[in-house]
Design a protein around this ligand. Structure first.
Ligand code: HAM
Length: 521
């Protein structure tokens, strides 16, 4: 019996349906236009990347990579994967020497292919993998030793032990490359910058992207497992504070353009490789003094990442955190000067901001300028945009020394906030509904629909004959502005009946009159 159970979308992912999708498109179009006016070009990035890219940039210890990334082993070599699967499922219920012999042969063949594949780069020659293969080789030798003995319970047990060993070791070999669904796109932009030698391009490289990202977070309003970002990045030789300020100016110009009001821009500098580690130690020491008054999460973070304690939303911790040493008092001279100039450049552009020394961001690559924008109507997940400077990230990924700064807007949250503000007004969905009756009317209707659509109008033409009343009812429900009626009388007179649905005013018109009337409206 075929399963008839309904298959639903995966938890935390959504469909975006019309007419909402039209509003999404309008917002994306606004981003394209605003960003282009600041000299940005679109980069289309892959949705899958090597896990290593995110581990190295976003940070192996961050929630985004460690807890939330979707990844899989891409079986570059089907044979090897199949071998691996077959060997790990191999039944040890063996009294049969022939079967043992076959198994031994498979394993040796597997080992041979494995070595070849590592040499050719078909499977990753990571340190872990090389060690796993070495260990596997050892157990194959042990296996060979156990093989000649065929019978007896004790021997069988010994054999079982060897097989278990082989199996465990084979499982620890990573046949395919680890591929992740991107949790964000800054890392990909940096990868692409290096891969395409963009450092040789004139001026700063200014790129934007629009697309889905994936994080296995606990779904709630404004937090999804597949969500959409509109982001932009500037990469180049300069870390001039004017770049930081213009980036924020562009961001706010975009929000103004789409009609999002009531925004708050939070700004901070989290220092550089010089001053931040020192501050982190000062902070850690201060946190240790108040450790007993903190919750379990914060206590753990004193060791792992003290800066993240500043993110805490736990009410009882707020008073304690407010009294902690602040990064602004521990910036080195260069960072202090840079931050002062960023603020002056924002002032020059008339951009208001709140200084927020607790804004540390959850990704490892940031340094100096960090910022976040919150929007109304979103509840707990009210950060609609986050960004900051990440000088040195390109270098960390194997590229030339490069400065970088960027942001990403959470498009889902942006749309929620626009909706809450009543700014999602749908465009009229339909201009004309053509009602035709009788075989002779259909070809006339088809031609008219072609003409009107060619003129850019939204037209609905029923695929089969409807009764007038039913057709007009549907036209109304679809929100059509006009109905054009084509029946026997119209065909005979060589005219159309044009009905304005808002007030039911009806006129008899020639095709030329019809076109000019519709274009006017
Ligand atoms: P992020 O702060 O991780 O930064 O994400 C940016 C924005 O994406 C957030 O402010 C939020 O609006 C949205 N967002 C994040 N996670 C979710 C989710 N699960 N559901 C819905 N929306 C979400 C970055 O991703 C950096 N790459 C930004 C950046 C670009 N920094 C420099 N350049």
């Amino acid at each position: 019996m075929a399963e008839k159970q309904q298959i639903r979308a995966i938890k935390g992912v959504r469909d975006i349906l019309p007419p909402a999708s039209a509003a999404w498109n309008r917002v994306e179009q606004a981003a394209r236009e605003v960003f282009a006016s600041f000299g940005y070009g679109e980069i289309r990035l892959p949705i899958i990347e090597h896990v290593q890219l995110f581990a190295r940039s976003v940070g192996i210890g961050t929630d985004v990579v460690l807890k939330e990334m979707y990844f899989f082993e891409d079986s570059a070599s089907r044979d090897l994967s199949l071998f691996k699967q077959a060997i790990s499922q191999f039944s040890v219920d063996l009294e049969d020497a022939v079967q043992r012999g076959g198994f031994a042969k498979s394993i040796r063949l597997f080992l041979e292919q494995l070595n070849e594949a590592v040499h050719s780069g078909e499977i990753p020659s990571t340190v872990d993998n090389l060690a796993a293969i070495e260990r596997f080789q050892e157990s194959v030798r042990a296996f060979d030793g156990a093989l000649p003995v065929v019978t007896g319970q004790a021997v069988s047990n010994q054999f079982q032990q060897v097989v278990n060993d082989v199996r465990a070791r084979i499982n620890s070999i990573q046949i395919g490359h680890l591929i992740g669904l991107r949790p964000e796109a800054t890392a990909s932009v940096c990868r692409a910058y290096i891969e395409h030698g963009m450092q040789t391009l004139p001026g700063d490289v200014k790129l934007y992207y629009i697309g889905p990202m994936f994080r296995r977070e606990r779904p709630q309003k404004g937090r999804y497992r597949q969500f959409y970002q509109i982001g932009a990045e500037v990469l180049g030789q300069s870390d001039s504070p004017g770049i930081d300020a213009e980036l924020m100016e562009m961001l706010l110009a975009f929000f103004t353009r789409v009609g999002l009001a009531g925004l708050a821009l939070d700004l901070n500098s989290i220092g550089c490789g010089e001053c931040r580690p020192k501050y982190v130690e000062v902070l850690r020491a201060a946190l240790l003094k108040v450790k007993d008054r903190l919750g379990a999460d914060s206590q753990r973070r004193i060791e792992t990442n003290p800066l993240r304690v500043l993110d805490s939303k736990i009410p009882e911790e707020q008073g304690i955190i407010e009294a902690l040493p602040r990064i602004s008092d521990h910036l080195c001279e260069n960072c202090k000067t840079h931050f002062g100039e960023v603020r002056r450049q924002l002032d020059l552009r008339g951009i208001a901001y709140n200084l927020n020394w607790r804004l540390v961001r959850g990704l490892d690559y940031y340094m100096r300028t960090t910022f976040e924008i919150t929007a109304p109507g979103l509840g707990a997940q009210n950060a609609v945009c986050g960004g900051g400077r990440y000088d040195g990230l390109v270098e960390l990924l194997g590229g030339p020394p490069t400065k970088g700064i960027g942001f990403a807007i959470g498009e889902d949250r942006l749309m929620l906030s626009l909706e809450a503000a009543g700014k999602m007004a749908a465009e009229p969905s339909l201009d004309v509904f053509i009602v035709w009756m009788g075989a002779a009317a259909q070809p006339v209707g088809i031609k008219l629909a072609q003409k009107l659509r060619g003129a850019g109008m939204k037209v609905e033409l029923p695929p089969e004959e409807f009764k007038f009343k039913k057709a007009l009812g549907l036209a109304d429900k679809l929100g059509a502005r006009y109905a054009v009626l084509i029946g026997e009388n119209e065909i005979a007179a060589g005219k159309f009946t044009l009905k304005r649905l808002a007030d039911a005013v009806q006129t008899s018109v020639t095709e030329a009159e019809l076109l000019s009337e519709l274009k006017k409206a």
